[in-house]
Design a protein around this ligand. Structure first.
Ligand code: GAR
Length: 203
């Protein structure tokens, strides 16, 4: 399966995916990394690893026009599955139509709780005792779409946004490659919003 990874920043989830591929835990290939910001740290990771990358600046662009450019680039690289990894932009309906049930995202909360920006801060300020992260399929709405894999992370009394985010991030790096591998193995069946995961080795 050929992956197109979309980033806006640090790129640690992209790196976790690349590591899982290198360790043969994930049977996929990163065809292209696309960043909407030229300063994204993740671009250096791609450069160091010799992974094809492309900057398509989004600033000042209409959503549809921008998405068209990204779709074009993904098509050129024959991408099968689009993985948003800290890509901080909403996608248009035409993007979703171009890759039906083939766009995934990771979000640092147990959705549907705390969508949007600063999910870890939202969780801390709300006072939840358990938060976590979610890999889900993307639709045109914010942090919406069928949930594929979640991992719970306890909130401890002396947590700050930084300590909580760091613990959640460790789990993000586990569940994102895992969710992609489920797609590779075609073990996910959608029943409405529900993603039913077939047992390993089941017929
Ligand atoms: C991650 O925590 C990811 O879950 C979050 O941005 C961070 C990107 O880190 N994404 C969202 O909040 C999406 N709504 P990374 O660039 O190191 O992967």
């Amino acid at each position: 399966m050929r992956l197109g990874i979309l980033i806006s920043g640090r790129g640690s989830n992209f790196e976790a995916i690349a590591n899982a591929i290198a360790r043969r835990k994930l049977e996929a290939e990163i065809a292209i990394v696309i960043s909407n910001r030229a300063t994204a740290g993740g671009l250096d990771i791609a450069r160091m690893r010799g992974i094809p990358l492309r900057v398509i600046e989004s600033r000042g662009m209409e959503r549809e026009a921008y998405d068209k450019l990204v779709i074009q680039e993904l098509r050129i690289h024959e991408v099968d599955l689009v993985c948003l990894a800290g890509f901080m932009r909403l996608l248009s309906a035409s993007f979703i139509e171009a890759f039906p049930n083939r766009v995934m995202n990771i979000h640092p909360s147990l959705l549907p709780a705390f969508p949007g920006l600063d999910a870890q801060r939202q969780a801390l300020e709300f006072g939840v005792k358990i938060t976590g992260c979610t890999v889900h399929l993307v639709d045109e709405f914010l942090d919406s779409g069928p949930i594929l894999v979640q991992s719970a992370v306890p909130v401890v009394d002396d947590d700050t946004v930084e300590t909580l985010s760091a613990r959640i991030l460790l789990q993000e790096h586990v569940i994102y490659p895992k969710a992609i591998q489920l797609m590779v193995e075609r073990r996910i069946k959608l029943q409405g919003r529900r993603a039913i995961i077939r047992e390993e080795d089941a017929e």
